[in-house]
Design a protein around this ligand. Structure first.
Ligand SMILES: [Mg+2]
Ligand SMILES: [Zn+2]
Length: 204
């Protein structure tokens, strides 16, 4: 089984601009490529988990979202970084389209998207992490038995204020995705492993 770092998309990997209709309006944060590359090198799966009720709300077509995600995967690949999976929830309780009108069990903080990813990619959820900018991302992390990390990009600062009034606690609060990944890798002793494998021969 592999450990994963589940990643919220908007306000974490890219700017939160509501429901972007095309890849051009996504604005990926420049450090996100390095963050994912580091996860890849550490052998941690990078899996995007995103609520996209804009589909159910009729603000973006599902095929457009899939096209955006395809282009995101390509953009990361061009920077030597791999996205291992993208899972999205298209539902909206009050959707006018019966296909998407659903009080579903996949919208974060519900766990279904992670359960599906765990099955598809053979993930050890209890050894995994969730990084996001909203309280629902942290709740999602807790609901799947993973360790939730808050980033202060996107809605992160608002979330921090809300957290102070509530009982939900992230395991770490990071300035942004790259800082969150660096912290996770330090928890996983990844730096030590790299140091050892590089100098291993001389030491022995
Ligand atoms: Mg977000
Ligand atoms: Zn759903």
């Amino acid at each position: 089984m592999k450990k994963a770092v589940f990643l919220d998309r908007d306000g974490n990997i890219n700017r939160d601009v509501g429901y972007p209709a095309s890849f051009e309006s996504i604005h990926i944060y420049p450090y996100s490529f390095e963050a994912l590359n580091k996860l890849n090198s550490a052998g941690l799966l990078a899996v995007i988990i995103t609520n996209q009720s804009g589909i159910g709300r009729g603000l973006i077509k599902e095929q457009n979202l899939q096209k955006i995600h395809k282009q995101m995967i390509q953009a990361f690949s061009a920077q030597n970084a791999r996205i291992d999976g993208i899972y999205y929830c298209p539902h909206y309780t009050h959707s006018l389209d019966p296909k998407y009108k659903k009080d579903c069990s996949c919208r974060k903080p519900n766990p279904e998207m992670a359960l599906k990813a765990a099955k598809d990619l053979n993930i050890d959820l209890s050894g995994s992490y969730m990084i996001g900018d909203k309280v629902d991302d942290l709740l999602f992390g807790l609901n799947i038995g993973a360790k939730p990390v808050l980033v202060l990009t996107g809605y992160g600062k608002d979330s921090l204020l809300r957290l102070k009034k509530g009982t939900v606690r992230p395991v770490y609060i990071a300035k942004n995705l790259l800082h969150a990944v660096d912290w996770i890798l330090s928890q996983e002793n990844y730096k030590d492993k790299v140091r050892f494998s590089r100098k291993g021969r001389q030491r022995q």
